[in-house]
Write a protein of this length. Structure first.
Length: 355
């Protein structure tokens, strides 16, 4: 071997060692065990729903509450990990990734034939301390953001159909939330996150997900304007997620939701109702809750641009709003409420030959 050849060989060997070390770092810390699926369990009949009907799922609940696990598998055709893909979970310290909790949910969902929504890559809540409190330069934050998005989307490439790339970027008055990302990078953080997500999985549909934009007002207007600016800058955005956390009395009705969806559809976007739940306040009838679930499902079903609807939480026992809000279609003892029948019926595919 010539000296030059030897130098090249040494350099290649060096690179190989670096690659092994990097791989070990990336894989480290992931020891969340798989979700044990029951030996036999029900799933919705193929084609039962006109569009994907999803639920968010918490790993602790799926692992410890057998009724919860069965309701998830039997009732739904799509899943959103409720917390397991958030930044504090997948990258608790810089460049040390742990996808094991999310993998447990994604693996179980795919075995049951479900679609997976990834939630969420960039949000100023549930962030680890190292992101929240570092004195960032713009260049270093861009590196960290790109690396987080690339590793996360890359890990699930081909297994996650849609990503909420950016979550809740706006304040109620429509201004850009002063998140750590916005403070350091301005609105450009959104462009960066979408750009990197698209590179990491060009087939995944990329969404901007926002809360409280189901009702017209300054925030919905600001979301439309933001999307227009992103499109003008060629940011690869496919859709808008309307979370639709609402209340039994005073929540948006079917016409309202159809009009909201149409507003974003006119921008050429897909729309997904991503986090539907309907809180029932004391004294309010369960029938009002059922009406709102039916309205959301019917609006999605009837709107060509709507790609699916996800309920936020399987049962009231595990709802992020607490059992007292009674916000999900199943009560704290895992029994179906009128909301469940209404939701399912509104999303059910109507067969041409059925009477
Ligand atoms: C909530 C989860 O449901 C809770 O378990 C967690 O403690 C906090 O986050 N908007 C979102 C979701 O985009 O990620 C939030 O989920 C609910 C509001």
């Amino acid at each position: 071997m010539t000296r030059r050849g030897a130098a090249v060989a040494a350099a290649v060997a060096g690179l190989a060692i670096v690659a092994v070390v990097v791989a070990a770092l990336v894989a480290r810390g992931g020891d969340t065990p798989a979700i044990e699926l029951p030996r036999s369990y029900a799933t919705p009949a193929p084609g039962a729903y006109a569009k994907p009907l999803g639920t968010s799922v918490r790993l602790d609940a799926a692992r410890t509450d057998a009724a919860y696990l069965r309701l998830w598998l039997a009732g739904y055709t799509s899943v959103t990990p409720e917390n397991a893909m958030k930044w504090e979970v997948v990258e608790p310290s810089r460049n040390a990734f742990d996808f094991s909790a999310a993998d447990a949910i994604v693996t179980a969902a795919r075995r049951a034939g479900q679609r997976v929504r990834g939630h969420t890559l960039t949000w100023d809540v549930q962030l680890p301390g190292w992101v929240q409190s570092r004195a960032w330069t713009a260049a270093d934050m861009e590196l960290a953001l790109r690396s987080h998005v690339r590793a996360t989307v890359g890990h699930f490439r081909g297994r996650v159909a849609q990503w909420d790339v950016v979550n809740e970027p706006l304040d109620d008055d429509g201004s850009l939330t002063r998140s750590v990302f916005a403070r350091v990078l301005g609105e450009r953080f959104i462009d960066i996150a979408f750009d990197e997500a698209h590179r990491a999985d060009p087939r995944a549909k990329l969404f901007l997900n926002e809360i409280a934009t189901e009702l017209p007002g300054p925030k919905q207007d600001a979301l439309v304007a933001l999307v227009r600016r992103l499109q003008a800058r060629d940011v690869p955005i496919d859709g808008v997620g309307l979370q639709d956390h609402s209340v039994a009395v005073g929540g948006p009705d079917q016409r309202r939701l159809e009009a909201d969806i149409a507003r974003f559809a006119r921008l050429g976007l897909d729309v997904e109702l991503t986090e539907v739940d309907v809180a029932v306040r004391p004294g309010e009838p369960e029938a009002a809750q059922a009406r709102n679930y039916r309205a959301a499902a019917a609006a999605c079903r009837r709107s060509r641009a709507c790609t699916g609807l996800t309920v936020w939480g399987v049962t009231d026992r595990w709802s992020w709003q607490g059992p007292g809000a009674r916000a999900t279609p199943f009560d704290a003892a895992s029994r179906p409420k009128p909301a469940w029948r209404a939701l399912r019926a509104a999303m059910r595919r109507v067969r041409r030959d059925s009477r």
